[in-house]
Design a protein around this ligand. Structure first.
Ligand SMILES: *[C@@H]1O[C@H](CO)[C@@H](O)[C@H](O)[C@H]1NC(C)=O
Ligand SMILES: *[C@@H]1O[C@H](CO)[C@@H](O)[C@H](O)[C@H]1NC(C)=O
Ligand SMILES: *[C@@H]1O[C@H](CO)[C@@H](O)[C@H](O)[C@H]1NC(C)=O
Ligand SMILES: *[C@@H]1O[C@H](CO)[C@@H](O)[C@H](O)[C@H]1NC(C)=O
Length: 425
């Protein structure tokens, strides 16, 4: 029994490694050939897109990715976990006229390499996934969108696809010149409308659009610990700024129970019956909180490699004070906040139910008033259990534990302590 188990796991690992190697071989772009940016080797960067530069942008100097002038392009990363409000933060960046935004491209890496293990604890799985993720992120920050194609299923033909995950969440991919279904004045295209009305995504056009923008922002929820990104953060060709978004793990849990109905089925049973199913896999929560703690501890310990590149944002603070927090975020990024970001905040954080019902981003639904609504949804048992498992990270981030069901349901008691996290400058 034991033996065959191991054999199965070994086989699975071997096949993952082979797939990964194959993908790397098939798509390998000469990053390794180009370790030091210089005008001479800049041309090596990419495939065909490098040879057909946009008019007036031919020089090497004009490839911001390889430029020494770091102020030219900022590579923004929203580092979060699922259901922590990252779509909301993503939109705060997506709305900016100078930012090219991608919604969780690592989805494709995971579905290709590790189809069924969404939060694998297996160390080897993780290494494979992380290696591939770093390569992909590096390419995407350089606007090499072709690199992503090797992970998209079915494989795009002629560099077009209609399978890009959450394409509609990216403004640049739903507007001219990438999509001609809407006019230049249609600024607030709904995600669903984009997917319905835009023709297949032409990756060449998308890459051009990326290069046209001054900055690139990517939302990432599939990297468990910020330490896993060190090689990327230290890469001299990039100018990474990490916004680590955190949320009360009790809120994350509650939101996941609503969203991932299969994975969290037993938690739903617990919630519905008031009794913990004997076969509930508690490691789900343990992993979440261990990763969370590891990641946040690394970030807040201010290692030298994160200097000037790290900001921690609590989702609850953002919900309470969206405009102010957003200004702080843009301050940290060193970018002026533009009018459309402000307008988007005005429209999307009023908490009106009409808006909530209408929008499908998963942003409005979760904003402002809702940040603490988990308290009305989880039973005290579940909260108590979560607090015990996650007590270190709760403490570190300033979330108060409750000691009774009365405290839990008394919404006039805030569980979010005032705590200031200054960006690491
Ligand atoms: C970097 O680029 C910016 C914007 O193009 C420019 O204003 C700035 O002077 C440049 N800095 C250096 C050191 O070249
Ligand atoms: C790709 O483009 C070629 C040349 O234009 C065309 O012959 C072929 O049918 C296209 N393939 C697909 C799957 O659209
Ligand atoms: C995608 O866009 C590029 C650049 O405009 C164009 O040359 C190419 O033909 C387009 N591809 C398809 C399949 O339409
Ligand atoms: C809720 O908390 C407030 C503030 O501590 C307290 O004054 C109030 O009595 C509590 N309400 C209930 C129903 O326990």
């Amino acid at each position: 029994m034991q033996c065959s188990w191991k054999a199965v796991i070994l086989l699975a690992l071997a096949s993952i490694a082979i797939q990964y190697t194959a993908i790397r071989t098939l798509t390998s772009k000469p990053f390794q050939l180009c370790p030091v940016p210089s005008p001479q080797n800049c041309g090596l960067l990419g495939g065909p897109e490098t040879e057909s530069p946009i008019e007036g942008r031919a020089g090497c100097d004009d490839y911001p990715y390889f430029s020494f002038n770091a102020s030219r392009k900022t590579h923004i990363m929203v580092l979060a976990t699922t259901r922590s409000g990252s779509s909301f933060v993503g939109q705060l960046l997506n709305q900016h006229a100078d930012i090219f935004y991608l919604f969780e491209p690592l989805y494709h890496v995971q579905t290709t390499l590790i189809p069924r293990l969404s939060h694998s604890r297996n160390a080897a799985d993780r290494r494979v996934m992380l290696g591939a993720s770093r390569d992909l992120l590096r390419s995407l920050y350089g606007c090499d969108l072709y690199f992503l194609e090797s992970y998209i299923k079915p494989a795009p033909a002629n560099h077009t696809t209609d399978k890009l995950f959450r394409r509609g969440a990216s403004r640049a991919l739903c507007s001219l010149p990438v999509c001609d279904a809407f006019g230049p004045t249609d600024t607030n295209v709904e995600e669903g409308d984009c997917v319905k009305k835009c023709a297949s995504l032409n990756m060449t056009l998308a890459a051009d659009a990326c290069r046209e923008k001054r900055h690139v922002a990517i939302k990432v929820v599939r990297v468990p610990e910020i330490g896993d990104l060190r090689a990327l953060v230290e890469d001299p060709r990039l100018n990474i700024k990490v916004i680590q978004l955190v949320r009360d793990p009790r809120g994350i849990l509650s939101s996941r129970i609503e969203t991932f109905r299969d994975t969290y089925r037993l938690w739903r049973i617990w919630r519905a019956t008031g009794r913990r199913p004997y076969n509930l896999d508690l490691s789900q929560l343990t992993v979440v909180c261990e990763d969370f703690l590891g990641s946040v501890s690394t970030g807040l310990s201010h290692p030298h490699w994160l200097k000037g590149k790290y900001m921690l944002v609590r989702y609850e603070d953002l919900s309470r004070n969206p405009l102010l927090k957003t200004m702080e975020i843009y301050d940290f990024l060193g970018l002026p906040m533009d009018k459309s970001v402000e307008e988007w905040i005005q429209t999307n954080t009023r908490g009106s139910t009409e808006l909530s019902a209408k929008h499908k981003y998963g942003t409005v639904r979760d904003s402002a008033a809702n940040a603490e609504s988990w308290r009305l949804k989880l039973s005290y048992d579940m909260v108590e259990y979560t607090q015990a498992t996650c007590h270190k990270v709760l403490h570190q981030l300033g979330y108060k534990a409750v000691k009774s069901a009365e405290e839990l349901k008394n919404m006039s008691l805030s569980l979010v302590q005032d705590k200031t996290f200054v960006p690491f400058s």
